[in-house]
Design a protein around this ligand. Structure first.
Ligand code: WQD
Length: 335
């Protein structure tokens, strides 16, 4: 299949392009490089031996997007292009509404214009807010969003559901990610946070390599076994493979709307991650305990049974693998 991947040069997008190419699909990348660099395309080619087609386009530019659909026979779309920093979304909500919601409106409009009816959407466990029950299943209630970022994901999910209801040729799979970590085992692609990382694992690797003085653990007074927050950390390659499976399921389906939790099904605390990182890298991490971070939920991890059963998918990498790959990547980009 010819698959358009918006945000295909980004962290999860680039890993998904690798898996698409290795599964025999053609990948056409749309990216405006606001959160990525063109060298990612070279490294995708080094890993797979195939160079994906690239268009440097902002998803909100429907004229240019439409020209790509005219030129390429697009069978399906995986839509990653969005901003994802929770804290930034509080400071600059309009950027998030314009890019995250506006971008999806533009992409679905142009898909419709060109009779392309197959969409895989990048959502997030953030839609569950602070779940009453863990592990959290897809049927859990959607809580009021804690941030504009989280709210844009909820609005986008609702947009997709409304398009599905209005158009009985439309097929979509909404993937709710938990916490993507790690990097490709080749060490050629990985996470490239711009500025100070918001997320735990890139902050850890930048501390270990000496770019950051020390890690701050945002609170250890939560009602959890060791007092730090619990998350479901999933290897980015396992997450990428889930996209290919979701797409292939859609290609064999008629009018369908799927929602899947893509996580490992296991929870790990901040201290678990620190200890595992120290173990796999045989190093001592410099960290201190600080106050809680606004908006953090105490614990969230996936009930991933539906994805395992219906997508014929199963996460294979451990947290040890993910942290080793993240460390390997951090060392490579600093060479
Ligand atoms: C994980 C844990 C922090 C940094 C966010 C988005 C989510 C998804 C992944 C896009 C928390 C603690 C972190 C640090 C710390 N993004 N932490 N010190 O907040 O669970 O999820 O990123 O899809 O939608 O909400 O991830 O990595 O920021 O935090 O103690 O310097 O690590 O408090 O408990 P989060 P995170």
């Amino acid at each position: 299949m010819n698959i358009l991947v918006t945000g295909g040069a980004g962290f999860i997008g680039s890993h998904t392009v690798v898996e698409l190419l290795e599964a025999g699909h053609n990948a056409i990348i749309i990216d405006d490089f606001r959160n990525s660099t063109p060298s990612v395309i070279d490294n995708i080619e080094k890993i797979t031996g195939k160079r994906p087609t690239l268009y440097k386009i902002d998803c909100n530019n429907t004229t240019e997007l439409s020209a790509v659909f005219r030129k390429e026979k697009i069978d399906g779309v995986i839509h990653f292009a969005a901003d994802k920093a929770v804290g930034e979304s509080v400071k600059n909500p309009l950027k998030y509404y314009k890019n995250n919601i506006g971008g999806l409106v533009s992409v679905t409009e142009v898909m419709k214009e060109h009779n392309c009816n197959t969409l895989v959407f990048s959502s997030s466990c953030t839609v569950y807010g602070n779940p009453e029950v863990v592990p959290v299943s897809e049927s859990a209630s959607i809580q009021p969003a804690h941030s504009p970022y989280g709210y844009t994901k909820q609005v986008c999910e609702r947009l997709i559901q409304d398009v599905y209801t209005s158009d009985n040729s439309f097929k979509a799979s909404i993937l709710r990610y938990f916490n993507p970590i790690g990097a490709h085992p080749s060490g050629l692609i990985g996470e490239l946070p711009i500025g100070t990382p918001n997320n735990l694992v890139p902050y850890i690797t930048q501390t270990a390599i000496g770019i950051r003085e020390e890690l701050t653990v945002f609170g250890n007074d939560y009602n959890t076994p060791d007092g730090s927050c619990i998350r479901d950390y999933i290897h980015v390659v396992d997450l990428a493979k889930a996209h290919v499976k979701a797409l292939e399921k859609l290609s064999h389906s008629e009018h369908i709307l799927d929602i899947f939790n893509i996580g490992t099904g296991n929870g790990a605390s901040v201290y678990d991650i620190i200890k595992t990182f120290e173990k796999v890298t045989d190093s001592k991490l410099n960290y201190k305990v600080g106050k809680r971070r606004e908006g953090d939920v105490e614990r969230v991890y996936a009930d991933n049974k539906k994805a395992i059963q219906e997508l014929n998918w199963k996460p294979k990498y451990t947290i040890d693998d993910a942290l080793m790959h993240a460390w390997n990547w951090e060392q490579n980009i600093r060479k």
